[in-house]
Design a protein around this ligand. Sequence first.
Ligand SMILES: [Zn+2]
Length: 335
Amino acid sequence: MAERLSLPGFVDAHSHAFQRALRGRDEGRDFWAWRDGMLAEAARQTPETVRSGYAQVYRELRSAGYTAVGEFHYLGFEEALAAWDAAHEAGVDLVVLHTAYARGGLDRFRQESVSEYLGEVEELAGRGVRIGLAPHSVRACPPDWLEEIGRYAEREGLPLHVHADEQPREIEECLAEHELRPLELLARTGCLSPHTTIVHATHASAAELDLLAESGARVCLCPTTEANLGDGFAPVEGLLARGIPLCIGSDSNVRIDPLEELRELDGIGRRQTGRRDLFSPASLLAIGSSEGAAALRLDEWHGVEVDLGHPSLRGIEPERIPGALVAGCHAGVLL
Ligand SMILES: [Zn+2]
């Protein structure tokens, strides 16, 4: 039997499992057109489709080496319970990042008030669901909701995940409404702390990155989705220069492969700087595993094994395996 190497499992800190259904479809001319198709897909979900469909996606994630998943969930309360069941069935450790949605989107995304939202969070936690807070974005949540959710996360020691700075239009709208950029608004409303994970930060300014560094917040990058949606290049050089912790997410699940996410992340940094030594292989593997677990506040999660007999590892010396995984392998080497 071929030898195996044990590694910490990969952690997918940002998934929308239902969006897997959009893979391969005509996805529209830009992010906003893609979003229309995504909303149509969201509208047709039921607790039953979530239970069966998510179990399939989580099995796909698990077979690609992700053993823990943060599901950024905005389809409703019953569907959150169904997602929890699906993860159990597929054998992945799930954190339901239950979303607060005050305005926009679909009816099913929204709560009437922030106290209704926090009531849902408490009910889910009471039923044994591992939970995190997720104000969807500064588009979907006004400042008073953000303040309340930031305070609650701090008091309860819960992770707080929020989309920010993915698309230029979101920043323009935030500036028009608040005269602040999204990360400035999140800082002002008490939503930036070491518990916080900012998803994307693609178009964050230097001043916004400084705010992240001061607060101890981390950033979840989802490079294959960000490429597919035409979001832009993550500011890898600026994040790294400030020592901002990073993790990865499969996000839309258009592609499911943690090694490819890490390779893209490293590749963006190499293209931006002309340097090849921004990340060590060990630090990239940590971004793919323990850093994601920290973002989800998970202390334990399952490991994975590398198939050392896989053709893509032929001729690689043992000490070069981590580098070879990130540079030249796909998730098929992970067992
Ligand atoms: Zn997302």
